[in-house]
Design a protein around this ligand. Structure first.
Ligand code: FAD
Ligand code: DHB
Length: 393
């Protein structure tokens, strides 16, 4: 069997790349290890940069986003019991959209089904080979039978735990793990805020986000080794009330529909390509979630690689493909430093003794005073939060 692009992974990166290639008339097959239901059920990111929204609009994939997405003009930063609003429109003339990754994946998949795209779910033993030559292949097991697909390019959109990154000989990782994670809940209650709230509190970070006018998404910082079983719904709401509380404001509580703990790490692969294999999204890099860059980075990679594949396969111009890794990594390192900065700024850090902990906390409050008090600093945060351009210029 032969196609032009073999895409491994049906997360947002793989599904979106399929649409970009389809529009250019390039054939593709998507191989996904999990079931369709599992892919549709994963609850993850919630914020789309304006550039991500623009990409979906250009591709005609924004109907559901226009109907259900919520346009936000800024965020609140909270510390020492006071809330400060950053107005992105006034600062950088840009907005962000609240639109769950789950809704995006549902829409991208529905559109693929309408187009009759070749997506194989629940495949196993996915193995890319012959990556150094011009005829790479991917073998996999589907319903007990082993099949091999040849293509012009193989795309590793298979996330952090996928098989594509380890298939690159000599690849290295640059990483930092954090000794804390986020406990996230989805709650059946209208949001108690207009824009998202990011809060530093002596007990730890907390955030108030949302999925719709009826459903809230909230997070609290927990130790990385904590078990979700130790966090009853009542304990979670208590922590949220304490960390998000300010005078004259009430956090409405509701039924907890889902809860889970996400570990936090920063990770960048030393390269995002090898021969005819190209990595996109979490397969190549991971950011801690503060600042909402994971999904947006995956979209930025896919836009860059999509253009390069179209130029290479349709116009014989290989420069985009040969420059893809360097261009994607250059943008990604800027995103990494922002996500790391936001994470350090807003989380409580452990320290060897009480004095060092106090110093760290007071220094963070100083930084937050500076960010909220300086127009230049607010503008810098807004520029990065609302999203860097999708090219590296
Ligand atoms: P993924 O979404 O991971 O998709 C990869 C796909 O490849 C999956 O469907 C997987 O099943 C499939 N796959 C894996 N191995 C194979 C294989 N061998 N063969 C075939 N298919 C395979 N980002 C934010 O910005 N904000 C958040 O709040 C946030 N929360 C998160 C919570 C969790 C628990 C996690 C894990 C991530 C979160 N992220 C968040 C990050 C964001 O969701 C990711 O950056 C985004 O999903 C990346 O998309 P992707 O398509 O690259 O990878
Ligand atoms: C959400 C996640 C984030 O990482 C973030 O910075 C803002 C919002 C969310 O899931 O809604």
């Amino acid at each position: 069997m032969r196609t032009q692009a073999v895409i491994i992974g049906a997360g947002p990166a793989g599904l979106l790349l399929g649409h970009i290639l389809h529009r250019a008339g390039i054939g593709f097959t998507i191989l996904e290890a999990r079931s369709r239901e599992y892919v549709l059920g994963r609850i993850r990111a919630g914020v789309l940069e304006q550039s991500s929204v623009d990409v979906l609009a250009e591709l005609g994939l924004d109907a559901d986003l226009r109907e259900h997405g919520l346009t936000h003009h800024g965020i609140h930063l909270q510390f020492e019991g006071a809330r400060h609003h950053l107005d992105f429109v006034e600062l950088v003339g840009r907005t962000v959209s609240i639109y769950g990754q789950q809704a995006l994946v549902r829409h991208l998949l529905a559109e693929h089904e309408r187009l009759g795209s070749d997506i194989r779910f629940e495949v196993s033993d996915v193995t890319p080979t012959g990556l150094e030559g011009s005829d790479p292949t991917v073998s996999f097991t589907d319903g007990g039978a082993t099949t091999t697909i040849a293509g012009d390019v193989v795309v590793g959109a298979d996330g952090f735990h996928g098989v594509c990154r380890p298939a690159i000989p000599g690849i290295r990782a640059f990483e930092r793990s954090f000794p804390f994670g986020w406990l996230g809940i989805l709650a059946d209650v209208p949001p108690s805020t207009d824009d998202l709230i990011y809060a530093l509190h002596p007990d730890g970070f907390a955030m108030h986000s949302m999925r719709s006018p009826e459903v809230s998404r909230l997070y609290v910082q927990v130790r990385h080794d904590e078990s979700i079983d130790d966090w009853s719904d009542a304990r979670i709401w208590d922590a949220l009330q304490t960390r998000l509380g300010v005078d004259g404001w009430t956090l409405q509580e509701g039924e907890v529909l889902e809860k889970s703990i996400t570990p936090m790490r920063s990770f960048v692969a030393s390269t995002m390509s090898h021969g005819r294999l190209f990595l996109v999204g979490d397969a190549g890099h991971i950011v801690p979630p503060t600042g909402a860059k994971g999904l947006n980075s995956a979209i930025a990679d896919v836009v860059l690689l999509g253009r390069a594949i179209i130029a290479g396969l349709q116009h014989g111009d290989e420069s985009g493909l040969s420059g893809y890794s360097a261009a994607a990594l250059a943008r990604q390192w800027k995103v990494q430093q922002f996500s790391e900065w936001m994470t350090d700024l807003l989380h409580v850090h452990d320290a060897p003794d009480a004095s060092a902990r106090e110093f760290a906390y007071r220094s963070q409050v100083g930084r937050l005073e500076y960010v909220t008090g300086s127009r230049a600093a607010r503008q810098s945060l807004a520029e990065q939060y609302a999203g860097l351009p999708f090219t590296t210029e």
